[in-house]
Write a protein that binds this ligand. Structure first.
Ligand SMILES: [Zn+2]
Length: 327
């Protein structure tokens, strides 16, 4: 059996031949019942092999030697490390070892970046892969601080109030739906479904793989929501100034403004066949509330009536979004 080197500086990717002892190593988190991690050969991950580490983790086909005290940020590890270490536990490089079944190495690399290089981690540009890795590990191993950070990042992209959704919600919307369910952050689902629904699949704006990523149930939610949104848009385009349930315009407005208002709604919300995106109705309504240039073209009474209609439609849409997607 070739021994793992004892210093980070000189380590090469060394294959560790497996004798029987691997079978004795503790396995935790066998979420998927996956046996793949019980490998016959493993290689050392250089950047996470600390010569003064005191625990070895086997993740996929890689061995990581890290510090137990650093792992205590995880409530699962903290509990485990408080238990007396069984003497028959297999040792690698003089340390107890644990098989991390069912975990992706990249997710743990993200987590160890957060554990060992916190300020660099927090100052980097956060990709979806970083976010999903951090959330998967922090949820499964109960790392409250990392999970809180991930949750904040996730809800800033797919906000609870759908009016706050920005362009960065569009990429990875389908992946976000899966991640939200896997990590129990369900409050982002309306925004994530909505972000997916404003993208045209035929233009590949959804990444071209959304339909393969979503479960059949989620595809049904997505289709139902998109249909509901199209109905809302269609109603507005057919009769921009009348809306069942909305307070009627006082005095019905003057003829000059009524024509102008109807044309404005239709111009503003008409789908653009050339765009890879459909009408982002929530964003358009919000922008209409602040369209001072148009407001100046209306008389005072008609302006109040106009803003009342916009606010009413926006409020209804915000409230109805979860039910549109059967959430
Ligand atoms: Zn008027």
């Amino acid at each position: 059996m070739s021994r793992p080197p004892s210093s980070m500086d000189v380590v090469e990717d060394v294959e560790l031949e497996d004798d029987a002892p691997l079978a004795k190593r503790r396995r935790i988190s066998d979420r998927d019942g996956c046996e793949a991690a019980h490998s016959s050969t493993c290689a050392i991950l250089k950047k996470l092999w600390f010569s003064d580490g005191d625990i070895v983790l086997e993740i996929g086909k890689k061995l990581l030697k890290v510090h137990r005290k650093r792992l205590r940020c995880s409530e699962i590890f903290s509990d485990m490390l408080h238990l007396p270490q069984p003497s028959e536990t297999d040792q690698i490089d003089g340390c107890p070892s644990v098989i991390m079944a069912g975990d992706a190495l990249v997710d743990w690399e993200v987590t160890f970046d957060w554990i060992y290089h916190r300020s660099d981690f927090l100052s980097q540009a956060i990709t979806f892969d970083i976010l999903s890795g951090a959330l998967r590990i922090s949820t499964k191993y109960e790392i409250p601080d990392l999970r809180a950070w991930g949750r904040k990042q996730l809800t800033s992209r797919w906000p609870i109030d759908i009016v706050d959704m920005r362009l960065n919600a569009l990429p990875h919307a389908a992946e976000a739906i899966n991640l939200a369910q896997e990590c129990a952050i369900l409050e982002i689902l309306p925004a994530a479904f909505y972000a997916l629904s404003v993208q045209k699949f035929r233009c590949g704006a959804d990444g071209g793989r959304s339909h393969m990523m979503l479960s059949p149930n989620d595809m049904r939610r997505f289709i139902a929501g998109r249909e509901a949104l199209q109905d809302v848009l269609m109603r507005i385009l057919i009769d921009p100034l009348a809306e069942a349930g909305c307070t009627p315009d006082t005095g019905a407005g003057c003829t000059r403004c009524v024509l102008r208002r109807a044309a404005y709604w239709r111009t503003r919300l008409a789908p653009d066949a050339r765009s890879p995106y459909g009408t982002w109705l929530v964003r358009e309504l919000d922008a209409m509330l602040h369209d001072d240039a148009f407001a100046e073209t209306l008389c005072t009474d008609c302006l109040h009536a106009h803003l009342r209609t916009v606010r009413w439609r926006l409020g209804r849409l915000r409230g109805a979004m979860p039910s549109f997607f059967l959430l």
